[in-house]
Design a protein around this ligand. Structure first.
Ligand code: CP
Length: 300
């Protein structure tokens, strides 16, 4: 069976924890199996990237593999060749495809027609690679067996969606602080039915007692009305007042890039509770383990 990674629900709790343990073990030992020797990974980007591109390319290199990185517009895909044909052709050349797509359906189409693993490097729906790094950062800070209280403040975007999936898989309590306009009925229903999930309109209430406070940019790539979105989220800035509501040992996470002065202040980004650069580094460590999971043949 091909091990695709379109969303976190490709992994059960045990597999996810095992993957993160392996990531941490490789991070500490700085020794990596040459499991990708002789293997090539294609990386396709429909949107810009700093962390995802560099960390994947480095991780592939560390494991002995070779990366080919291409912007969509440098491929025939950008001139109308179908996603299905692209998937069929690339499967003849490479051993896995990492793709950042505007539309999640493009990843599904790649998966449906490829004969090699497809890895979601961010879509409009989700960002599971980011959350592997985030959970790894949480695990490093609080230990693997604790159940820290997690608060997300701001937009209910693709990164939030993947965090929600992680909390459901790992059975972690999650509080969402956002305006009612960004709390759609389907999400509200899910929150109403699960005691681990809490919503608060007031960001200070959402942050109360949290061990992890997270946010993300207010204006995601592809947002149709950035001004309206910014107006809506202005009361949801993570600043020192918000952080004071959290547990004294709380950490602040942000997947980056941050718009300093909007969703988060400099004081929080650069303050003692911020782990954002450890979190960015953990993209590399988590993705090494993910590549091993996708590309190593499971033992019979
Ligand atoms: N967090 C994240 O995915 O960063 P990039 O957009 O720089 O890859």
């Amino acid at each position: 069976m091909i091990r695709h990674f379109l969303d976190l629900d490709a992994l059960d709790a045990e597999t996810l924890r095992g993957l993160l343990d392996q990531a941490l073990s490789m991070k500490r030992s700085r020794t990596f199996p040459a499991a990708l020797r002789g293997k090539t990974v294609a990386m396709i980007f429909e949107k810009p990237s700093t962390r995802t591109r560099f960390s994947f390319e480095r991780a592939i290199h560390d494991l002995g593999g070779h990366a080919i990185v291409v912007n969509k517009n440098d491929m025939q895909l950008g001139r109308g060749e179908t996603v299905a044909d692209t998937a069929r052709v690339l499967s003849r050349y490479v051993d896995a495809i990492v793709a950042r797509t505007l539309d999640h359906h493009t990843l599904v189409e790649l998966k449906n027609h490829a004969t090699v693993p497809i890895i979601n490097a961010l879509s409009d729906r989700s960002h599971p690679c980011q959350i592997l790094a985030d959970v790894l950062t949480v695990q490093e800070t609080f230990g693997p067996l604790t159940h820290p209280r997690i608060t997300w403040i701001g937009d209910t975007n693709n990164v939030f969606f993947s965090w929600l999936q992680a909390c459901l898989i790992l059975k972690l309590p999650l509080t969402l602080g956002c305006p009612p306009a960004l709390f759609p009925d389907a999400l509200k229903k899910q929150f109403d039915q699960n005691p681990l999930l809490t919503w608060a309109e007031d960001p200070l209430k959402a942050a109360h007692g949290a061990h992890i406070v997270m946010t993300d940019t207010w204006v995601s790539m592809g947002c149709l009305d950035p001004e309206a979105q910014t107006r809506l989220l202005t009361p949801y800035q993570v600043n020192e007042t918000v952080m004071k509501q959290a547990d004294p040992q709380a950490i602040f996470l942000h997947c980056l890039p941050a718009v300093r002065g909007q969703e988060v202040t400099d004081a929080v980004m650069d303050g003692p509770q911020s782990r954002v650069f450890d979190q960015a580094e953990n993209r590399l460590h988590a993705q090494r383990a993910l590549l091993l999971w996708c590309l190593q043949t499971p033992k019979a």
